[in-house]
Design a protein around this ligand. Structure first.
Ligand code: 6PG
Length: 251
């Protein structure tokens, strides 16, 4: 069972800084456990919330603070559209981060004529990466978002992908929330095989679904776990009323 922690920060901007420090810490802990020579594996979320984080990681400050040449980056899901499409998570993360960051190993979810072929290709890619050091979790850090219906990645309520246990990546023919395009998503088997995982959520529109999740409702986002730590990083607008608020800014 992971150590579960919730951090409420004052704003979406503060959330991006807190998330960057969370990622740095998660990778430092992973290197301490696995040694400095192992490639680190990080799985990123799509959607709009983490975009500020990705833009922050692209700044010179973070260019110096992360071991970019030892990180392989993966995606928790993508919309099944060309990589130059406005709905593509690969497109969003490249524009916000990788186009401006130091050289690093980016593994986008493939797009092509057949969604099942692409899903199986990503499944194989993840298995091959993990086979290199099967003794460690698949990921050293996973960043998740949560949709208004409680989905995470492209694991939507009531859909078959929620119970797939023999795959790391699957095709999701029908999205349960916009954009209503087919998706490819990592399964819980993949997403939960992580040393450290953080949810990022911001904005008043997320308070209701987070309140339901924190109350124990069995929604996909609540099925996310991790080996060592699961951290909810929320801004005040999104945080359920039951959670303590940040104190006054230090003098
Ligand atoms: C996606 C994401 C998805 C996202 C949630 C929240 O492809 O859209 O992976 O799981 O995290 O839908 O999206 P927002 O951050 O835009 O609210």
């Amino acid at each position: 069972m992971p150590v579960v922690k919730t951090t409420v920060v004052a704003s979406a901007d503060a959330l991006s800084h807190t998330a960057a420090r969370w990622l740095e810490n998660a990778l430092t802990l992973a290197e301490a456990r696995r040694g400095p020579d192992h490639q680190l594996r990080v799985c990123l979320s799509g959607g709009s919330t983490p975009k500020r984080l990705y833009e922050l990681l692209a700044t010179p400050h973070w260019a110096e603070r992360l071991p970019w040449d030892r990180i392989a980056w993966y995606f928790g899901d993508d919309r099944f559209v060309p990589h130059d499409h406005a709905d593509s998570n690969a497109h969003m993360v490249d524009a916000a981060l990788f186009a401006h960051a130091p050289d690093t190993d980016v593994n986008v979810i493939p797009y092509g004529p057949d969604i099942e072929v692409c899903a199986r290709a990503y499944d194989s890619l993840l298995r091959a990466a993990h086979a290199a050091d099967a003794g460690a979790p698949l990921f050293d850090a996973v960043i998740c978002g949560v949709g208004l219906d409680g989905h995470t990645a492209s694991l939507f309520p009531g859909q078959p992908a929620l119970v797939v246990g023999d795959r790391l990546a699957v095709a999701v023919p029908e999205a349960g929330q916009e954009p209503f395009v087919p998706r490819i998503s990592l399964t819980f088997r993949a997403l939960n095989d992580s040393r450290a995982t953080a949810f990022l959520a911001a904005g008043a529109d997320k308070r209701d679904i987070l309140t339901r999740i924190f109350a124990g409702e069995d929604l996909p986002a609540r099925r996310i776990t991790a080996h060592d730590s699961l951290t909810w990083l929320l801004d005040e607008a999104a945080a359920p009323a039951s959670l303590p608020r940040p104190g006054p800014a230090a003098g």
